[in-house]
Design a protein around this ligand. Structure first.
Ligand code: ADP
Length: 143
């Protein structure tokens, strides 16, 4: 069983696509074990996008991610990390395959609706970044 972090970005929230995106992810069989709405600040975004801090578009994505609250989710299931990445499609929505969230619903490379952890190690760090232990309800433990 793996866990992975998902952020439904400001474009997803403002375009009222939260339900549609969650429906698609749940249809893969993964289960929600954490869920909340949060406003991201510069500090948490600097950590979350540290790998992009030297890119020219870094200030733009930071402003974009702060523009509305986001929905943060933790999903659990077999191969959760890869399943979520496959469901999202590649970063640039205009290049993402049809049938993926970004390919069907995303606008461009920035407004691509969803963040999903890119490895099991990143998922562990990112879940800790956005959730307290008491906010995670592991599937086996909550039955
Ligand atoms: P992913 O979200 O697919 O893992 P990255 O970690 O490379 O991709 O980038 C993080 C986010 O930064 C992307 O989801 C996207 O919103 C934004 N981004 C990436 N590349 C660009 C770019 N060239 N121009 C504008 N925004 C970008």
């Amino acid at each position: 069983m793996e866990k992975t972090l998902v952020l439904l970005k400001p474009d997803c929230v403002s375009r009222s696509l939260v339900g549609e995106v969650v429906k698609r992810i749940e249809a893969t069989g993964l289960k929600i074990i954490g869920c909340k709405m949060i406003r991201l600040d510069g500090k948490i975004l600097a950590e979350h996008y540290a790998h992009l801090s030297d890119k020219p578009f870094f200030p733009r994505i930071t402003e974009f991610m702060k523009s509305t609250p986001v929905v943060a989710l933790v999903f659990e299931g077999e191969d959760a990390v890869q399943k979520l990445r496959d469901e999202c499609g590649v970063t640039d929505s205009t290049k993402a395959e049809k049938g993926t969230i970004r390919g069907d619903l995303g606008k461009d490379i920035q407004e691509n609706l969803v963040h999903a952890s890119d490895s099991v190690e990143a998922a562990q760090i990112e879940i800790r970044r956005f959730f307290k232990n008491s906010e995670i309800f592991e599937y086996e433990k909550r039955k």
